[in-house]
Write a protein that binds this ligand. Structure first.
Ligand code: UDX
Length: 492
């Protein structure tokens, strides 16, 4: 590292160990590298190995002499994390393994092995779900900025928990999920019980997972600032409420598009892959898409964590096939609960198949493509894609918005429930199918999105995509907020 680089700020970026978090925080890391800032990106040993195996992260970042990929000892097997309980167990395990590691890494002792050739840390950017870093940063006296990788809307509902409890709206008695929720400011009139994040569906306020989540959210104002992967035109009505709690908000999304735009400014016609996938991408689906008519294909993916049952898979499969629409479906390895380690695609290959199952396979051969993991950003940007059946993870939602692709939302857990409500009811760029999974409904929604109301949805999605693009252009809100973030890091 040369002397100029030695004088530049050095930021530790510390994501929660899961695909969606690592993905968006690596995009931020590259944006800061482009501004000449030194970055140490800290992941678990397991995620480190997967990034090395499935991405070009090392060669891609080699052009930034100030970038360093570091890793801490594994605290938990992240591949086992599928449900709320496991997420909470992972958080607990991180507390015991990562806290001491961070203390040593951030310690001002320059003799620390991994830092010998790098300047001392000047700031930490930590995933908002890891308040353990706040304690360490405060102890050492380093400024810390939080980055929540979820939507402002979803995060805002966590902030409103005390108010919901005070007003008697949490926990909710009975199981009538369509009743309105009145005490989340900015969402009165459209938020229902079923649209609250799944973690809030607890019968008992002493539930430890619920309390951990609440504690994490309420600590955010202790940070010097809060970064959100969103943009003002998308969530302005919520952000104004947020600003009453967090004095310094940086809305700099959609990050993947923001990074792409900055890279293109630097290297005209840059079309290099900047995948951060933790699974091997099957690029054959792009060739398959090349042979499909424009806006004709429904892309189906439920993200990196959710698992579904074989029954659910069959409802979706029948519904999609019956709609007559072409489809590209990602079925992640081990993401279907078929019992005893079977893989669903293997299980459908069994010799004793029923006639309906054979028909499904025939239809899939004719107008479908199934892969284990796709290059999703490239898929959504492909002209053949006309709709996205999604679990409403925030990265997927933003990637779809940025490409003007309408969605059918089938939220599984956490922040996905409020996200899908915004898509269906506020932005009106898709349909919210939450809490039902029935082949007749699937078929109807796919036909509505891809055939009957296609133009209407495409038009609105296109308008939103224009706003997303405007936000990351020079002078746009996300562009200016990123400049401000970089200035604040440089000034210290
Ligand atoms: C979950 C949450 O729901 C999300 O909102 C939160 O911020 C992180 O944890 P996840 O299931 O990973 O996320 O979904 P999502 O946020 O949509 O992220 C998935 C990422 O994997 C996306 O960036 C998507 O492009 C990528 N992906 C997914 C692929 O690259 N290929 C695939 O085949 C599927």
């Amino acid at each position: 590292m040369d002397q100029v680089q030695q004088l530049r700020p050095h930021v530790l970026i510390f994501p929660f160990p899961a695909q969606g978090h690592v993905n968006s925080m690596l995009k931020l890391a590259e944006l800061l590298c482009l501004a000449g800032i030194n970055i140490t990106f800290l992941v678990s040993n397991n995620i480190h190995n997967r990034l090395l195996r499935h991405t070009n992260v090392v060669s891609r970042f080699s052009k930034y002499p100030g970038f360093h990929l570091d890793h801490y000892p594994d605290a938990y097997d992240e591949s086992k994390v599928h449900i709320a309980q496991e997420i909470m167990d992972l958080c607990t395990a991180l507390q015991s393994v990562v806290k001491p590691f961070l203390k040593e890494l951030l310690s001002k002792d320059p003799a620390h092995g991994t830092r010998k050739d790098r300047p001392p840390f000047s700031c930490i950017i930590v995933d908002g779900f890891l308040s353990l870093a706040l304690d360490v940063a405060e102890e050492i006296g380093l400024p810390l900025i939080c980055f929540r990788t979820i939507s402002a809307g979803a995060f805002w509902t966590y902030f409103c928990i005390p108010r919901l409890v005070e007003a008697g709206e949490l926990p909710f008695p009975g199981d009538e999920m369509n009743l309105p929720i009145e005490n989340v400011k900015g969402m009165e009139g459209f938020l229902r019980r079923c649209d609250l994040p799944s973690f809030l569906r607890v019968g008992d306020l002493t539930n430890p997972d619920f309390n951990l989540l609440l504690k994490e959210a309420l600590q955010t104002p202790r940070a010097k600032g809060l970064i959100l992967n969103t943009f003002e035109d998308l969530e302005g009505c919520i952000l104004s409420h947020f600003r009453t709690h967090c004095r310094n908000l940086y809305t700099i999304g959609p990050l993947h598009a923001h990074l792409r735009a900055r890279l293109q400014l630097q290297e005209a016609n840059s079309n290099n892959s900047n995948s951060n996938s933790l699974w091997e991408e099957d690029k054959s689906c792009i060739k398959w898409l090349d042979n499909q008519p424009p806006k004709s294909v429904l892309y189906v993916s439920f993200g990196s964590i959710a698992i579904i049952t074989r029954e659910t898979l069959l409802e979706f499969w029948h519904g999609i096939v019956n709609s007559g629409v072409r489809f590209l479906w990602v079925i992640r390895p081990n993401s279907v609960n078929v019992g005893l380690g079977d893989d669903v695609l293997d299980s459908t290959k069994s010799k004793s198949k029923s006639t309906p199952e054979m028909e499904l396979e025939e239809a899939t051969k004719e107008r479908g493509c199934m892969v284990g993991w796709a290059p999703q950003e490239d898929v959504l940007a492909h002209p053949a894609i006309g709709g996205f059946l999604t679990h409403s993870g925030w990265n997927s939602t933003l990637e779809s918005i940025a490409e003007g692709v309408p969605m059918i939302c089938w939220p599984c857990f956490a922040d996905q429930q409020p996200n899908s409500r915004f898509v269906g009811e506020i932005w009106k760029i898709g349909l919210d199918m939450k809490d039902t999974c029935d082949r007749v409904i699937v078929e109807k929604m796919v036909r509505d999105l891809m055939v009957e109301r296609k133009d209407e949805f495409l038009h609105r999605a296109d308008e939103m995509a224009k706003l997303a693009r405007k936000s990351i252009e020079e002078g746009g809100s996300s562009f200016c907020n990123l400049v401000r973030l970089i200035d604040d890091i440089v000034k210290g």
